[in-house]
Design a protein around this ligand. Sequence first.
Ligand code: ADP
Ligand code: ZN
Length: 678
Amino acid sequence: MSAATLLRDVFGFDAFRDGQQDIVDAVIDGRNTLAIMPTGGGKSLCFQLPALVRDGVTVVISPLIALMRDQVRGLQAAGVAAGALTSGNTEEETDAVWAALEAGTLKLLYMAPERLGASGTVQMLRRAGVSLIAVDEAHCVSQWGHDFRPDYLRIGQLRRDLDVPLAAFTATADAETQAEIIQKLFDGQQPASFLRGFDRPNIHLAFAVKDGPRAQIMNFAAARKGQSGIVYCGTRAKTETLAQALREGGHSACHYHGGMEAQDRRDVERRFQQEDGLIVVATVAFGMGIDKPDIRWVAHADLPKSIEAYYQEIGRAGRDGAPAETLTLFGPDDIRYRRQQIDEGLAPPERRMADHARLNALLGLCEALKCRREKLLGYFGEAEVTCGTCDLCDKPAEVFDATTPVRMALSAALRTEEWFGAGHLIDILLGANTDKIRQRGHETLPTYGVGRDYDKRQWQAIFRQMMGHDLMRPDPDRHGALRMTDKARPILRGEEEITLRRDTIRAARGSGPKVRMLVSEEDAPLLSALKAKRRFLAEQAGVPAYIIFNDRSLIEMAEAKPQTLDDMAKIGGVGAKKLESYGRDFLEVVAGAQEDVHPQRRKLAGRGEGEIYDRLLSVQSQLQRGPHGADKPMSLSASQLAKVAQLRSADMDGLTRLIGDRYAERFGDAFLEVLESG
Ligand code: ADP
Ligand code: ZN
């Protein structure tokens, strides 16, 4: 079968995503390949599909058992012969994998790298007819990276022993890691390399200055109730209190941090993977090993430590390609805390400089005056950026020429010999009459009271932005007193001007980012019904919801409203196997009961209402697209229809109460006719 056919029939996708086709072609051709794609870019397809085209077995090396099991389950649900040999297997599972290998029916074999050390593994793989090695998370081979897995070093030997092509995949793109991967996996021979851009266009970016941060997070979550999300916090204690608050707010939420027992952490990971709509409030310890494609939002209750960390953390959202949202909160305390962390760390000075630079890049993003995405991707070296999905594209920032107040602030700091923090400097600028001012004689300074054009809050915003633009830094040796940086000098000397945002404080007091629904208001109830069906099927099968269909497929169903199985097959993510397994179930939700007798109808069997039900159903299907067949299709669920059939007193009011205005308008008269004649 051709790659295009497999893409449609097995994976249920209409088209390759950006970059996938070239990688797939190279891997099918049997070239050594290194592909670097952002998380959620669709790496797995790039080895799974070639594995089906090529003869023999593809062995997939992956670092995390949970991820392997997940992929195997997904493949099996799509009708692909895949198995895993991991320490998490039951004996039956292992036996089944061996049997399929012996029979030559297995196409994909997932293995943990540890297994490569076991005696006999290589012979076994050779006998099984392995024709391709795929390495997921290939950066784990890098000794200097944070995800180093010593067992990954065995993969190079495996490639030499089996003498088959190898395809390596990672989302980590820095040059040193790439060089190390090529050295360790390909013996230094340059593979065909593919580097895909860093943009994740389906992720909405937003930042807000902290202003009642607890309420800001609660609002953000409330606007997305029922959707899976992660809240990242700076401290362990906060994860617990915030999770508690979210539960009190009616959410399903739990906390996660490195101080918890391993078993408790695994429980949270499993629940998150399995459940639809759980919020995990976590420290950054929650990340590696999270492979849930339908995380709909990520919020930062505290500022991340660098622009790289930010990108990685928000990148966990929306891997399925459906819209996802993010919100990052920050304030002057965050900036002080992150600077202090770097200054007090044990890293050598050059490293600390680099860390400050990475933090600066993130602060620049926080205080951006224009498109966030442009700024973020610009940092990663991408110039061509189209956005329209960030808070500043939604609503442009209000800016003002802040050269004068910034000079005032700098001069207040310099005239007090850089020994004070923002609070006291603002008191000086406002001409406040405090003990501290009188004790130090600061009321005699020329800057005393020169800043009365701005109020205290505005000055706080100015100081925060100055720290964000790295014009002033807290000095750890002076208890966090603000000191001017070299970057500020030209502004002080009158050689440069500076523009700041006027609106960040006011915006923070609003309700946060506006709610963006996954589908139009019209289609929202149908989407909920489809999700309910999915949850039911997932629970029945004991698999995560997205294994049945991912959010993107359900959204498409809710919008396209397939009326037949043929229509259903055209929905993205609906391959032949899934169509057969679940097509009918979901079609029923969209288009109402199909020929088979519906359980709701069955309950009415043998009673007068059964016949009424049938007539209601036929009336409904005649009017489904309105009296002239030109309107949006509408239909009641089987259980609602059953309730209509059982209505005692048949009048328009009672009917409207039961099925709602919109349905009553379309079907009311016709239903009453049926009920009255029955
Ligand atoms: P990663 O690159 O992070 O490993 P995955 O391989 O898990 O990403 O893919 C992320 C999501 O994108 C999955 O839900 C997958 O089903 C979906 N996907 C992959 N390729 C396509 C495609 N060509 N069209 C639509 N969705 C795709
Ligand atoms: Zn933008």
